[in-house]
Design a protein around this ligand. Structure first.
Ligand code: C5P
Length: 198
């Protein structure tokens, strides 16, 4: 059985949490595609060569989380040859028997336009910056909340403004705004959407 769930949206809107919960609930495999771009971003050297030779060891590095890696990721993600080098791996993953959830920025629009379920997860920039800031350690973090908010806005602008595979909802995507939702409520809505199409 091929069953693909495509989840897109900006940083810290809740995509990762929702994707993992869906994968758990339905027994699907899960791929966080942001990790691919992060791994290319932190590898250094020529990003196109890094994307073409990306391997398991690159994806297992422990410095892929955090703001530095996400900044680097969003820069290399604007390079069309980098994106092209990562397409086949993502499409193969999406066709796994038993179902797959992929989350990123262009899954419903470019990687898996034929996905059985498409979900676009959003939240206000302020709430996303607050979540990111708390993840990074809250008051103990070196950045102030305002600096994190500024980074969230800058990354949104870069992801939505790039020419190749910009962040945008697919026309047939269901929208889920998590600004005022608890994690449990957001997950419950996503589970219901998938259940309705199984
Ligand atoms: O999802 P995450 O925050 O880890 O993604 C890091 C960066 O990688 C994003 O800001 C975006 O520029 C890029 N990305 C992308 N396409 C994807 C996943 C991530 O361009 N499918």
């Amino acid at each position: 059985m091929k069953f693909t769930v495509a989840i897109d949206g900006p940083a810290a809107a809740g995509k990762g949490t929702i994707s993992r919960a869906l994968a758990d609930h339905f027994g699907f495999a899960h791929l966080d595609t942001g990790l691919l771009y992060r791994a290319v971003g932190v590898k250094g050297g020529d990003p196109v060569a890094a994307a073409q030779t990306l391997g398991a060891a690159d994806l297992a590095r422990d410095d892929l989380r955090g703001l530095a890696a996400s900044e680097a990721a969003s820069r290399v993600a604007a390079i069309p040859e980098v994106r092209a080098a990562l397409v086949a791996f993502q499409r193969d993953f999406a066709r796994r028997p038993g179902g797959a959830v992929l989350d990123g920025r262009d899954i419903g629009t470019v990687i898996c336009p034929g996905a059985e379920v498409k979900l676009f997860v959003t939240a206000s920039p302020e709430i996303r910056a607050r979540r990111r800031w708390l993840e990074e350690g809250g008051t103990a973090a070196p950045e102030t909340f305002e600096q994190v908010l500024e980074q969230v806005r800058a990354r949104d602008a870069r992801d939505m403004g790039r020419a190749d595979a910009p962040l945008r909802p697919a026309e047939d995507a269901a929208q889920l705004d998590t600004t005022d939702l608890s994690i449990d409520d957001a997950v419950a809505r996503a589970v219901a959407l998938v259940q309705a199409r199984l």
